[in-house]
Design a protein around this ligand. Structure first.
Ligand SMILES: Nc1nc2c(ncn2[C@@H]2O[C@H](COP(=O)(O)OP(=O)(O)O[C@H]3O[C@H](CO)[C@@H](O)[C@H](O)[C@@H]3O)[C@@H](O)[C@H]2O)c(=O)[nH]1
Ligand SMILES: [Mg+2]
Length: 141
């Protein structure tokens, strides 16, 4: 890395990074690219096999509104940004906040860079079973 310049540091951080990249033939190329750092995230698909149901969330997503989604409303799997906790603890807490279900067993199925051309974020994907006994609140937070 040759240089890192902060272009925006308001809510999350947008940097312009200049670096030297070695090509296969050994020649070196200097490139600059912007990278948006908003931390890492986790998402979970909650399902109930007996009922054949899943729980999804519905919320306003500004970036979709400015890019063709007329109402800006999006139906999604429950998701949240990670803090210092590990991804598993974080998705349990996020599930309770957003859906009102206190889940116990969660299984990580994979992780991925979701928009590697511009965003640094890794998203950890989980699945879990839920049942009505696990309902402890209204969710929606
Ligand atoms: N003031 C302010 N608040 C912001 C801004 N950007 C995000 N927030 C707030 O920060 C909180 C983040 O909520 P989480 O539930 O932790 O994250 P998320 O937005 O659901 O993100 C998760 O889901 C996305 C969609 O799948 C994923 O893109 C993301 O990686 C993550 O997993 C929300 O209350 C949101 O409004 C901003 O620019 N300004
Ligand atoms: Mg969320």
């Amino acid at each position: 890395m040759i240089d890192s310049e902060i272009l925006s540091d308001n809510w999350y951080v947008l940097r312009k990074i200049t670096y030297e990249y070695s090509k296969k033939d050994g020649t070196k190329l200097t490139q600059s690219r912007e990278a948006y750092d908003r931390g890492n995230g986790a998402t979970i698909l909650l399902s109930n096999k007996e009922q054949k149901t899943v729980i999804l969330t519905r919320q306003f997503r500004l970036p979709t509104f400015v890019n063709g989604n007329e109402t800006g409303m999006l139906i999604e799997a429950c998701a949240g940004l990670l803090d210092k906790n590990n991804a598993e603890d974080c998705i349990r807490r996020e599930t309770e906040e957003e859906t009102g279900y206190k889940i116990t067993d969660v299984r990580k199925i994979f992780e991925a860079y979701i928009s590697p051309g511009s965003v640094t974020e890794i998203v950890y994907f989980f699945i879990a079973e839920y049942s009505k006994e696990m309902k402890v609140g209204d969710g929606g937070r």
